[in-house]
Design a protein around this ligand. Structure first.
Ligand SMILES: [Zn+2]
Length: 356
């Protein structure tokens, strides 16, 4: 029987040199990036579409897993005794390297995927180290900010999915639950304003169903198709999957009332999660938002989150100390600051061949 006690022994931010890693991959719901390691100004990062539920909604999860393993093996150069660090956008047991699920990658499939073992079976001469992407982002942020070594930080990714990760700055370990998980906030229940949306995990009304990249489009569609007297019918947002992201960002920049209405409705659930976080863990000094959605519309997203937290935020304190929220909830300053490629290499060095 598996040990069910909460565990707390995943070191973060150690061995920042990551000298023994030779190749790194960052696998997200939409894109996979791959590069030799260490990165340099001359390094070419290969970017390809991930075989995933996000990109191929009709494909069975088992086929997507097979294609992903094929892709990883194809991208990694054939080197003897190399060490490959992988950042994976999936909920995984931080101790066994088993993937429990990933809505952006495999939809509502709940079949465990022993990804490290599958890769080892294909290429036993390679040392595979698979890390959760948000854990990697936190490790990269830690490495970029040594001045914050005593500060309790949570990194939150907002992309095709949503998740958060924090560590204990004193021990440099990452607390996990009995399943080896932490911070899967995208699948917390969302309090919504009359909208009801399916989550890619198979449940409904989860935070990611509203506040993720696909969630934003779902909220826009839902609002556009219901008649509301205060929502303008004519707007600059094109709802098709191919055009939404670009036109939504442009509409926010142009102060389109529909776009801002959609954004406010979409971010309320994640703003509420931040409120719960700061209410129960007021020692969190920084919540860093990063990921693809933030890179695209971060300033607008940040403003909408803070608006909700000022209106319905931390009891008493949101009003009595209004600047507190501004100092805690911040945007990553650049994609490099929370690079999963960098974080995966750091963790691979610290973890010595097992899942991180
Ligand atoms: Zn969900």
């Amino acid at each position: 029987m598996a040990d069910s006690r909460p565990r707390n022994d995943t070191p973060l931010g150690a061995n920042a040199g990551a000298a023994d890693t030779t190749f790194v991959l960052d696998i997200g719901g939409t894109w996979t990036r791959a590069s030799s390691w260490p990165l340099s100004a001359e390094t070419v990062v290969t970017t390809v579409r991930t075989p995933s539920r996000t990109n191929s909604p009709e494909m069975p999860a088992g086929d997507l897993v097979e294609q992903l393993v094929d892709l990883i093996v194809a991208l990694v150069p054939d080197q003897v005794a190399s060490k490959v660090a992988i950042s994976l956008g999936a909920a995984l047991d931080h101790h066994r390297g088993v993937v429990y699920g990933s809505a952006p990658l495999w939809g509502d499939s709940t079949t465990d995927v022993p990804i490290s073992a599958r890769l080892h079976a294909r290429c036993p001469h390679v040392q595979w180290v698979v890390t959760n992407d948000v854990t990697a982002m936190l490790a990269a942020y830690r490495a970029a900010h040594p001045e914050l070594h005593t500060t309790k930080i949570a990194v939150v990714t907002v992309s095709s999915g949503i998740a958060a990760r924090y560590d204990d700055p004193n021990s440099r370990t990452m607390p996990t639950d009995p399943a080896g998980l932490q911070g899967e906030i995208g699948h917390l229940p969302a309090v919504t304003n009359g909208l009801h949306l399916d989550c890619a995990c198979g449940e409904f009304d989860h935070v990611a169903a509203f506040a993720s990249g696909p969630g934003l489009r779902a909220v826009a569609e839902a609002i556009a198709t219901r008649t509301e007297p205060d929502v303008p019918a004519n707007h600059a947002v094109v709802l098709s999957p191919a055009a939404f992201e670009r036109t939504f960002a442009a509409a926010l920049d142009a102060d389109d009332p529909f776009a801002h209405h959609v954004l406010r409705e979409a971010v309320n659930p994640i703003a509420d999660v931040f409120t719960y976080l700061l209410t129960t863990q007021p020692d969190i000094e920084r919540i860093v938002m990063a990921g693809g959605v933030i890179e695209s519309i971060g300033m607008h997203y940040h403003r909408a989150v803070l608006r909700r937290m000022r209106q319905r935020g931390v009891y008493y304190t949101s009003n009595s100390h209004p600047t507190w929220l501004d100092s805690v909830v911040v945007l990553a300053q650049s994609p490099e600051e929370t690079s999963p490629l960098v974080g995966a290499a750091i963790l691979a060095s610290a973890q010595s061949g097992r899942a991180a």
